[in-house]
Write a protein that binds this ligand. Sequence first.
Ligand code: 13P
Ligand code: SF4
Length: 367
Amino acid sequence: MRLMETFLKEPQIPESFLKKSNEALTQEGWRLKKELGPRLYIPGHHYQRDEVIQFADDRGDSLRLAQLSAKKTDAEYIVFCGVHFMAETADMLTGEHQKVILPDRRAGCAMADMANIYQLERAWHHIQKTFGDTVIPMTYINSTAEIKAFCGRHGGATLTSSNADRMMKWAFAQKERILFLPDQHLGRNTGVKLGLGLDEMVVWNPVQDVFEGEANERTKVILWKGFCTVHEKFTAKNVSSCRKADPDIRILVHPECDYEVVRQADYVGSTKYIIETINQAPKGSHWAIGTEMNLVNRLKQEHPDLQIRLLNPVMCSCLTMNRIDLPHLVWSLTQIAEGKPANIIRVPEKIAKDAVLALDRMLEQSK
Ligand code: 13P
Ligand code: SF4
């Protein structure tokens, strides 16, 4: 209710912005960016639309954007072209004098929404009862600040798809077991990469408050039952269809995909890894990529010498990432220029203090 009230009190984008042509908005966007100069910094995630990402001062995956935000001490306004958890992270890593703005507050993340603090407190109680003090909570950066704060308070850390294996090794050096939030697929795929068997991992169902499967002394990783609604759409059937249609195809997927898809793929890695793999691909090679559509389409445009397709041909892009569109971005810049910035993302101090512990432990391991 409180969230809804805050949302309704925020100034809303006027209809007139939604009616402007892309051309007019693009022109206005560049004019405002020039006018605001170094007071403004625009980080953009690789999954953003083309018309938005053109304005980004830096593009990156979650890890790079977190690292860049931490270093950007001079910009007064950070207009984050990404989703809510990324803007929260940027707010916690930047100074008091800086304001982080998310052009559309509705740009959330379905995966981050699959773990809330009440569910986590209940799960933790149950897990402590089952395993005693042998578990460290680790969270994918795709989670709310409250989940990060819980991990920070309990000695754990955040991680991203670029450093998940390094951070899991770090976690095993602290405790015997890991509670991995909120993406079961990244947790499982990374566990297998580190040599764990599937029978050494058990799923925690946060809706029913139960383990799915046997939790026993062999359990090394407890996987929170969350997933990415975009990457989940890639299936093992897509992999076999692509191989059947083109025997020369190379399958390249993000580790947020299901275990079976990852097992059958030729290459697996984070957004950064996917971009680097395509940048280094031999001329004329054929690729089917399992990640967000805006990025795959951009890679296709940038590499006309390669044959690139989306692993699942009937996908749509990440709807929440796409909430950041040209009208919202330009409206945000207008509000700043007029001295009334809207949609400021501010994590309460009490939560930020602990969440930063989790973020700092990750940044320390990622230098
Ligand atoms: P990375 O940027 O860490 O690869 O994460 C992908 C993603 O789904 C971001 O929301
Ligand atoms: Fe969340 Fe998946 Fe969208 Fe990333 S792609 S913002 S994990 S729903």
